[in-house]
Design a protein around this ligand. Structure first.
Ligand SMILES: Cc1ncc(COP(=O)(O)O)c(C=O)c1O
Length: 389
């Protein structure tokens, strides 16, 4: 059995969630059909919506089910941009940061290339913190040009948390909608959509023990956006296509369990993570904990190791049965330095020498011990291979 330290990439499907998913897969009916079979499935779907709304702290009508985090980010960014430009053609600026996930960066760059958007990349410091003073000053001089602000709640690579409430406070006087990708944060730290003041927020099921291919965009009732998929007009007209009730049920249950266990898991995983960080520092002076001074997610430890490549380390740890990651799994197979670390001012070579360990529900002390046991041999091999691994 391998030791899995890559919960930020994806998590095991929880047994209760699997059972719920399978049970609902066996029910026949299209939730839009008016006959009783359809209405049975509709009821399951609406129960899932109600339950997910409780977990997110929003109104049930604000939950738009999607096929996952990438679709939610695309719908929020393109949908808000198109809506705002339709209302006022001068509003072409999207404010964001280069540390965002590619599920956000790529739709923004697509709009820049094909649809007249201009992106303002906010400065990011070496601790991964987005410069909110710069944002404040920019908004005060340029608010009439801004379509939307897009900033993630927590970074999936470094675990750095952004002060989203502050961002919303800065945007509110100018009525600029803010979307936040909360995919790396939801289920791990307390989040209330209604208190956040966000216009939209993306979440994904497979990061919290739910199935892959399930997500939601939470869209406040006051927010309008243009759909990117056209068809039957389901999900308040924002996301056409037959709704997937079994997946929605499974997602809602995973969220309910994650929220019920959040405070206990927060402390448990933070203690495990701190043990891992301390252990790595004792093994080698070459280890540098990323964004040590920033508020960070409790289950994330991201290190750079001078003089060796993250790919070599990953490979040599994997050979010993330990799964870690070099960055975002969504870019698997793409070689090159992490764009997040480069945005934080690291050289490409430094940005290549990183690994990320992320913990979750099934993580134990034995997992951390196994990682710390495997690390010296992996480091030794990676250092001998140098930066070429
Ligand atoms: C911060 C963040 N945004 C978006 C995504 C994409 O989500 P999904 O895999 O559900 O499409 C991920 C997944 O790695 C993520 O970590």
């Amino acid at each position: 059995m391998s030791v899995y330290l890559d919960y930020a990439a994806t998590t095991p499907l929880r047994k209760e969630v699997f059972d719920c998913y399978v049970e609902h897969l066996q029910t026949l009916g299209n939730p839009s059909s008016v006959h009783s079979s359809g209405q049975l499935v509709r009821r399951a779907l609406e129960e899932a919506r109600e339950s997910l709304a409780k977990s997110v702290d929003c109104n049930r009508s604000e939950v738009i089910f999607t096929s996952g985090g990438t679709e939610s980010d695309n719908l929020a960014i393109k949908g808000l941009f198109w809506q705002r430009v339709a209302e006022d053609a001068k509003r072409t600026v999207i404010i964001s940061a280069a540390t965002e996930h590619h599920a956000s960066i790529d739709p923004m760059e697509w709009l820049e290339k094909h649809d007249g958007a201009e992106i303002l990349w906010l400065p990011v410091d070496d601790q991964g913190a987005v410069d909110l003073l710069f944002l404040e000053q920019y908004l005060s001089a340029n608010h009439s040009k801004v379509a939307l602000i897009n900033l993630m709640w927590a970074n999936n690579e470094t675990g750095v948390i952004t002060d989203i409430e502050k961002v919303v406070t800065l945007a509110r006087p100018y009525e600029i909608p803010v979307h936040s990708d909360a995919i790396a944060a939801f289920g791990h730290i307390p989040i209330s959509f209604s208190e956040s003041g966000l216009a939209a927020m993306s979440i994904s099921a497979h990061k919290i023990g739910g199935p892959v291919g399930a997500g939601a965009l939470i869209v406040s009732r006051a927010t309008k956006l243009v759909s990117i998929i056209h068809g039957g007009g389901q999900e308040r007209g924002m996301r056409s296509g037959t709704m997937n009730a079994p997946v929605a049920k499974a997602f809602a249950l995973a969220a309910e369990l994650a929220i019920a266990e959040l405070s206990e898991e927060y402390s448990r995983l933070e203690a495990l993570r701190n043990k891992l960080v301390q252990g790595v520092k004792e093994i080698t002076p070459l280890a540098r904990l990323t964004a040590e001074l920033s508020p960070r997610m409790p289950h994330n430890a991201h290190f750079s190791f001078d003089g060796c490549s993250g790919d070599s380390l990953l490979f040599l740890l994997d050979q010993q049965g330990v799964c870690v990651s070099v960055g975002s799994a969504c870019q698997a197979g793409v070689n090159g330095p992490s764009h997040v670390l480069v945005a934080m001012g690291r050289t490409p070579s430094q940005a290549n020498g990183c690994i990320r360990m992320t913990l979750g529900k099934q993580s134990t002390e034995a997992d951390v011990d196994a990682f710390l046991h495997a690390l010296p041999k992996a480091l030794d091999g990676a250092l001998r291979a140098g930066m070429t691994g």
